[in-house]
Design a binder for this molecule. Structure first.
Ligand SMILES: [Zn+2]
Length: 336
C-alpha cells in the first residue's frame, strides 16, 4: 500500500478560530504594530500561545487566548490575522474554510462590530484572491459575557451584509453557560434566519447537546459526548445534524481523555454527518494535515473516508449554492 499524502489531499474546514490560529510570524508582526513586547525566543513564545498537550479543562485551554487578545484591536490587525489563517489553510490544500471570531474580543480600543467584520472579511478576500481558497467569516457570541452586550453585538453583526460573512456561533465557557442559560441569545440569532452553528458536547454534558438538537441547530461544534451516549447519537443522526469534530483539541481539553472517548468511529458506524477540523491551529499546535494523519493512525480512515467527510463539510457549509457546486466539483476532481 502506498502512503497517503495527507498534505496534498484537498480539504474543507468548518471549525477554525481566528485568534487561536495565528502563525508565530504573524503574532510577532501584530505585536510590533501594537507595540507589545514578546519573548524573543520562538519556543518561549510558543509556550504562551499553545495550550499544554493535556490541560486541566476547557477553561485552562481557553487561557492561551488571553495572550492574543491585545494584538487584535485594530482593523489592520484583524485583516492581517484573517489573511494569515486563510493563507496557512490554503498552503495545506484547504479549498474552503470558515474562520470564526468574536467581535467582542476586538472592541477593547473602540472598534465597532461592523468594523471588525469588515476587517476580517477583507483579510479573507486577500487570501482568496492570492491563493484561490474560498474563505468565509462566522461571528461568535461569547457565552460567559454580559448578555445585553452580546445581544447588541449580534444585532449589529446581523446588520452587516457581506457575502463573505456567512453565519453565527456561540463560543467560550460551555460548562457554565449551556444552551438553556443563553437561550434568549440563541433565539435572537435564530430569528435572523441566517445560518448558525453551536459549540455543544465538549464539556461532558450530554444535556447541552440534547438541548442544542432540540432547538433545531443543525451544525454542532465538537459533539464529543456522543461517544458515551448512543441514544443521543440516534437523535443527532435522525435530525441530520453535522458534527464539527476537533480531535487534537479534545484530547488537550480532556473532552476526550483518550482516543477511545472520541466519538468518530461510533458516529461513522451510525451514519452521522462528520467533518474534520483543527479548532485552533496554534493553541492546539495542529493543522488539518496533522489531523488527517491522526485519523488515519487511530481510526484507519482512508482517502475515501476523507473524501466523504469533505463532501459532508461542503454540504453543511454556509457557502452559497453556487460555491458549494464549485467546491464539490473541485473536490471530485482532486479525489478522482
Ligand atoms: Zn471551537
Amino acid at each position: 500500500m502506498t502512503a497517503i499524502d495527507f498534505h496534498k489531499l484537498a480539504k474543507i474546514e468548518l471549525h477554525c478560530h481566528l485568534d487561536g490560529s495565528l502563525s508565530l510570524s504573524t503574532i510577532r508582526h501584530l505585536a510590533e504594530l501594537a507595540q507589545i513586547d514578546l519573548p524573543e525566543d520562538d519556543e518561549e513564545l510558543k509556550q504562551h500561545v499553545t495550550a499544554p498537550v493535556t490541560c486541566e479543562s476547557l477553561l485552562e485551554y481557553l487561557e492561551s487566548f488571553d495572550y492574543i487578545r491585545p494584538l487584535l484591536q485594530t482593523n489592520e490587525a484583524l485583516t492581517i490575522a484573517a489573511y494569515d489563517v486563510a493563507k496557512q489553510a490554503a498552503l495545506e490544500n484547504v479549498i474552503y474554510i470558515e474562520v470564526r471570531f468574536a467581535p467582542e474580543l476586538s472592541m477593547d480600543k473602540g472598534l465597532t462590530v461592523t468594523e471588525t467584520i469588515d476587517a476580517v472579511c477583507q483579510g479573507l478576500r486577500q487570501a482568496q484572491e492570492e491563493f484561490g481558497i474560498i474563505a468565509k467569516a462566522l461571528v461568535c457570541g461569547m457565552r460567559q459575557s454580559d448578555q445585553s452586550l452580546t445581544a447588541r453585538i449580534l444585532d449589529e453583526a446581523n446588520q452587516v451584509r457581506d457575502s463573505d460573512f456567512v453565519g453565527f456561533d456561540f463560543a467560550g465557557d460551555e460548562l457554565n453557560y449551556g444552551p438553556a442559560a443563553i437561550k434568549p441569545l440563541i433565539e435572537q440569532v435564530k430569528s435572523y434566519n441566517r445560518p448558525m452553528t453551536f459549540h455543544a458536547g465538549e464539556c461532558g454534558c450530554s444535556a447541552f447537546l440534547a438541548e442544542s438538537i432540540a432547538m433545531g441547530i443543525k451544525r454542532n461544534g465538537h459533539a464529543t459526548i456522543l461517544a458515551q451516549e448512543p441514544e443521543l447519537l440516534d437523535e443527532f443522526v435522525k435530525n441530520g445534524v453535522t458534527g464539527e469534530l476537533c480531535l487534537t483539541s479534545n484530547l488537550q481539553t480532556k473532552a476526550a481523555v483518550t482516543v477511545n472517548d472520541f466519538p468518530y468511529l461510533k458516529m461513522k458506524a451510525a451514519g452521522a454527518n462528520i467533518t474534520i477540523n483543527t479548532d485552533n491551529r496554534t493553541v492546539s499546535d495542529t493543522n488539518l494535515t496533522k489531523e488527517y494523519e491522526l485519523y488515519h493512525k487511530y481510526f484507519d480512515s482512508t482517502v475515501q473516508d476523507f473524501y466523504a467527510h469533505n463532501k459532508t463539510a461542503i454540504e453543511a457549509s454556509f457557502a452559497s449554492d453556487e460555491e458549494k457546486e464549485e467546491l464539490l466539483a473541485r473536490l471530485a476532481k482532486a479525489y478522482s
